[in-house]
Design a protein around this ligand. Structure first.
Ligand SMILES: [Zn+2]
Length: 132
């Protein structure tokens, strides 16, 4: 399939990431997951370095608005091709990818978490969602 046609070019970006760019927004999601007793992992050693992984399928990215070119917070910017490509690539490998902007996490964490929880239930049934 031609979806890997641009791999070589895009590969030059992999490894690049400002180490602390997302820390607080990642942590906001992690803390909420903890509160809900939903197990997750961080530091996922797969392409694109997802910030959070729930189970074996769900990958969560918290994208900083500045570094990921959010067009809402930085008019004139377009979302990074690399991010879209990574999402597609991971989805083609069977992962479910959730991406959230920094401004969504900062301003509407409840909505972000609702989306995450709905996806968790959809993919895993209720075994991860604490019903107690
Ligand atoms: Zn934004």
């Amino acid at each position: 399939m031609s979806k890997f046609g641009r791999r070589k070019k895009e590969n030059t970006y992999f490894g690049y990431r400002v180490p602390y760019e997302n820390t607080s927004i990642e942590r906001a999601i992690q803390n909420y997951l903890k509160k809900l007793n939903i197990p997750f992992r961080t530091q996922i050693p797969i392409r694109g370095k997802p910030d959070i992984m729930v189970g074996e399928k769900i990958l969560i990215f918290a994208d900083g608005c500045y570094f990921h070119h959010c067009s809402l917070c930085f008019p004139g910017k377009r979302g990074r091709y690399r991010d879209k490509w990574i999402t597609k690539e991971l989805e083609s490998r069977g992962y479910v990818v959730l991406r959230f902007w920094e401004h969504e996490i900062n301003h509407n964490l409840k909505k972000v978490m609702k989306t995450i929880c709905e996806k968790i239930e959809e993919i895993y049934g209720d075994r991860y969602v604490n019903k107690k």
